[in-house]
Design a protein around this ligand. Structure first.
Ligand SMILES: NC(=O)c1ccc[n+]([C@@H]2O[C@H](COP(=O)([O-])OP(=O)(O)OC[C@H]3O[C@@H](n4cnc5c(N)ncnc54)[C@H](OP(=O)(O)O)[C@@H]3O)[C@@H](O)[C@H]2O)c1
Length: 358
């Protein structure tokens, strides 16, 4: 198999034999100073006999600087895969991934995305304006357009790559909002889409990804509410919880389809190398809970009794209309991930919260 790789003076490269193609010069922060660094693009012949898990991948990631992306990059870097961060802001990305901690990482703004995607083994697409804000009509437009725009760009660059340098895999994020909301229905990957605003966003977002070249393996991960320490919905909910002594949010009967950040990153990681991971895969834990139970567990993990309800209005004050993600939920089950034999580390909310709060 022949791929192209970018290796810097201080980076590791996955080539067994390689031919230097052309140099590229970028500014990188080295030891706190901004320096011009030349990257050499190489043709790398990877050992096709080795299993995908053993081969080193070159992974381009959009949204790498976000809550999920940061953890994914850390994970890929720890396993010596080469990462290309596709970002809107080189300086922000450089401060998140300092070259001292992430030697060899390539950080690219949009004009350079083409050179990064061409030659990557895989692309992970996580970019999009945060939905945890007040939804003015401008922001609603941006929530949808940012996702469609970045996904379409990534797909165009993959499709226009030379045949022998085209990424083999695209993992593209979408959300359980695809299914709409319900207090009674159970949704799996075969369920139809809902008819609210978020369902429309997800449909159009997925449609943009589905335009990828048919030879590229596409996995669409419909992500639930991601629970982790330093970000996502939980980081916003905890202070409220502490303030209101941790009662249910809203009615408490709404479904809360959650996933621990580590399990989501593992699922994406597995999807990168396992050819069986294709099509729609729900990125949710096997045991969704009603919001009342989630709050009870969160209260007990935080050592707070769960008796005073957190008013909807307080949640809306911090999450804006984005609170609807928590206040109007859906019960989504990971049928496909189970069929694929994916092993969840955190199957129950209690264990996930305990691990996060410890
Ligand atoms: N976290 C959850 O609970 C959850 C649930 C369901 C689905 N998802 C989806 O999973 C993906 C990753 O989630 P996350 O929580 O890691 O998101 P996040 O923390 O909000 O990060 C998203 C990243 O997207 C990029 N971005 C932000 N605004 C953008 C814009 N207007 N145009 C283009 N790019 C923009 C940013 O990267 P740069 O600044 O480097 O460009 C940002 O770091 C998102 O698409 C999200 O919708 C997340």
């Amino acid at each position: 198999m022949s791929t192209m790789g970018v290796a810097s003076a201080f980076s590791w490269t996955n080539s067994i034999s390689s031919t230097i193609q052309f140099p590229q010069t970028h500014t990188q922060l080295i030891g706190g100073e901004s320096k011009r660094v030349t990257f050499w693009c190489v043709n790398a012949n990877m050992d096709s006999a080795s299993s995908p898990k053993e081969s080193k991948m070159i992974v381009s990631v959009t949204g790498a600087t976000g809550f999920v992306g940061k953890r994914l990059v850390q994970r890929l870097h720890a396993d010596n895969h080469q990462i290309r961060v596709l970002t809107r802001s080189r300086s922000t990305a450089q401060s998140i991934f300092p070259v001292k901690e992430f030697p060899g990482i390539v950080i690219a703004e949009e004009p350079e995305w083409r050179n990064c995607i061409e030659g990557s083994t895989a692309v992970v697409n996580l970019a999009g304006t945060s939905i945890s804000t007040r939804w003015s009509s401008e922001i609603k437009k941006d929530i949808k357009q940012s996702r469609i725009r970045v996904t379409s760009k990534v797909v165009e660059l993959i499709n226009n790559s030379k045949d022998d340098a085209r990424p083999k895999v695209l993992i593209s994020a979408t959300a359980v909002g695809y299914y709409g909301t319900s207090e009674t229905q159970v949704f799996d990957e075969k369920s139809p889409s809902g008819n609210d605003y978020l369902a429309e966003v997800c449909r159009e977002w997925e449609a943009a990804a589905l335009k990828v070249n048919k030879d590229v393996r596409l996995a669409l991960i419909r992500i639930g509410v991601v629970l982790g320490k330093d970000g996502g919905a939980l980081a916003k909910m905890i202070p409220l919880f502490m303030m209101f002594a941790g009662g249910p949010l809203g009615s408490g009967k709404q479904w809360f389809s959650w996933i621990h950040l580590d399990d989501l990153v593992d699922l994406i990681y597995e999807a990168l190398s396992n050819p069986s991971y294709k099509g729609v895969i729900n990125g949710t834990a096997p045991n969704p809970v009603r919001l009342g139970e989630m709050c009870e567990q969160l209260g007990s993990t935080l050592g707070r009794p769960s008796w005073l309800p957190v008013p909807e209005i307080a949640l809306k004050a911090v999450l804006g209309e984005g609170a609807s993600v928590v206040l109007d939920g859906q019960k989504v089950v990971p049928t496909k991930a189970k069929e694929l034999g994916f092993s969840f580390k955190y199957r129950y909310i209690k264990d996930a919260l305990k691990a996060i709060m410890s």
